[in-house]
Design a protein around this ligand. Structure first.
Ligand code: NAD
Length: 274
């Protein structure tokens, strides 16, 4: 049976990093499907973002300004979710930062390494630790963790981010195996190159080459945050209960592409990117 458009009505979803980019697009899609939202972010813009979402979709949206890796702040945040809504159905571990400098392993400052692992690994772990007991109480849960191309491919100069995004897949598998009997699924979503505000700024500054990544991507374009949000929302649906432990690419084919172009000709000759 096809899901109703309001398939998440009555469900409560926590989205970390929900003030911007993929997290905001995900929050928008979950709200459109009827979910009550809890957005966790460090951004001071979060209350305004939450108010706009609540207005647009006529759902409750609770903004929590907190660091996902701060276990005390997050324990208080999840306690508020339990007190105000009495349940938790969906957790999207999306909050993230990017490699501040592109450097080989031997040049990475340990402070940058620690910051990277703190947000992506400690943050996702802390939120999962707090979410699982609430989900078990309702015998239902959907956990979606954001990994990356760097969780699947070896690329230079992003080692700490690659470690973090590979580690997230390990957490996903453990949660899937532990959660199955309690109605809890856990999956990872693997975005390719997605045009978020953060990456648009880097493209505008000339530190990233738009056409190079579009050309390397089989579908010939960058992704939109909504491309990723659709997959996350699909995995959050009650009807997705047999999908667990997976890593779902939303990358336009980036990760399955080999490197035999010299032999088969250019990938996008005569095609428009976009
Ligand atoms: P973004 O920078 O647009 O949004 C990330 C949000 O997370 C921001 O609002 C930021 O304030 C918040 N955040 C950062 N650290 C936090 C913390 N400690 N606690 C709470 N909130 C925090 O990023 P995005 O591009 O939308 O990326 C979202 C996720 O997707 C990240 O995990 C990222 O690694 C992953 N990803 C993005 C891309 C891409 O191309 N944009 C590709 C692959 C994976």
């Amino acid at each position: 049976m096809i899901d109703r458009p309001d398939a998440l009505t009555g469900r409560v979803a926590v989205v970390t990093g929900g003030a911007d980019g993929i997290g905001l697009a995900t929050a928008t899609h979950l709200a459109a499907a009827g979910a009550t939202l809890v957005l966790v972010d460090l951004s001071p813009a979060l209350p305004d973002v939450a108010a706009a979402l609540a207005d647009d979709h006529d759902v409750a949206v609770l903004p929590i300004i907190a660091d996902v890796a701060d276990e005390h702040a997050m324990a208080a945040g999840f306690a508020r979710v339990a007190a105000e809504f009495g349940r938790l159905d969906v957790l999207v571990n999306n909050a993230g930062i990017m490699t501040p400098h592109l450097e080989p392993v031997h040049e990475v400052a340990l402070s940058d390494f620690d910051a990277m692992l703190r947000v992506h690994l400690r943050g996702a772990f802390v939120c999962a630790q707090l979410a699982v007991p609430l989900m078990r109480r309702g015998s239902f849960g959907r956990i979606v963790n954001l990994t990356s191309v760097l969780g699947a491919l070896g690329l230079p100069n992003r080692s700490a981010y690659a470690m973090a995004k590979t580690g997230v897949i390990g957490l996903t598998r453990s949660l899937a195996v532990e959660g199955g009997r309690y109605g809890i699924t856990a999956n990872a979503v693997l975005p390719g190159w997605i045009l978020t505000g953060r990456l648009r700024a880097r493209l505008a500054a000339g530190t990233l080459d738009h056409d190079r990544y579009a050309a390397r991507t089989p579908v010939g374009r960058w992704g939109d945050p909504a491309d990723v949000a659709r997959m996350i929302t699909f995995l959050a649906l009650p009807s997705s209960g047999f999908l667990t432990g997976g890593v779902f690419p939303v990358d336009g084919g980036y990760c399955v592409r080999g490197d035999a172009d010299e032999d088969i000709g250019p990938l996008h000759s005569g095609q428009e990117a976009g």
